[in-house]
Design a protein around this ligand. Structure first.
Ligand code: B12
Length: 136
């Protein structure tokens, strides 16, 4: 009887610990790096923040904006969501044909250009987001 009670208690404690850990993981998200790369001046800044499980890049960017000296502006388009207009005070320009490009680098170093914007792209675990100021 005592043995059964002890093992029941241990199971309950284990359950409590795993639920707490799971909730911790849910609320804190996973770490993610965001690199702001100005390819015209060859400068870059790396920011680190967290992203929710299956969260969008924009969520991580908003978290960074609240906690760091990172700033950005977007324009919302009805069909495609959020277009990134400026980062850290530097806007893209139709006249100069410059813009902020959204790229993502996987753990193995492969860089892809997502076919959606910051409001829709869901990075895979371990991916690094690159916001690249470039000419088009
Ligand atoms: C030209 C163009 C661009 C130009 C826009 C230059 C400018 N400001 O004028 C540049 C090269 C900058 C661009 C960038 C991107 N684009 Co673009 N672009 C187009 C394209 C070829 C034509 C748009 C157009 O001129 N329409 C005609 C005008 C009259 O309509 P409009 O509504 O005013 O068009 C505006 C919007 O489309 C907006 N826009 C352009 N691209 C994107 C992307 C997103 C996510 C948003 C919200 C708005 C937006 O800029 C246009 C001009 O102001 C379309 C494909 C197509 N055939 O429509 C893709 C398209 C809209 N782009 C797309 C994508 C994915 C991007 C990028 C996210 C790519 C990347 N990974 O970096 C980036 C945006 C990054 C950011 N800064 O947020 C996708 C959007 C799909 C989706 N469901 O989200 C499309 C449909 C191409 C595709 N088939 O994949 N793009």
């Amino acid at each position: 009887m005592i043995v059964t009670m002890t093992s029941l208690l241990t199971t309950a404690q284990l359950l409590l610990v795993s639920v707490t850990l799971f909730h911790g993981a849910l609320s804190q998200g996973s770490p993610i790096d965001l690199i702001v790369f100005n390819s015209l001046e060859n400068t870059n800044i790396t920011y680190s923040t967290t992203i929710a499980d299956r969260g969008i890049v924009l969520g991580a960017m908003r978290r960074l904006q609240d906690a760091h000296s990172f700033k950005f502006n977007t324009t919302e388009y009805p069909d495609y969501g959020y277009f990134l207009v400026s980062v850290n005070g530097l806007p893209g320009s139709q006249k100069d044909r410059t813009s902020w490009e959204l790229l993502s680098e996987s753990k193995n170093g492969t860089i892809i250009r997502p076919d959606v914007g910051v409001g829709c792209y869901i990075p895979k675990p371990g991916e690094r987001i690159i916001l690249k100021f470039t000419k088009y």
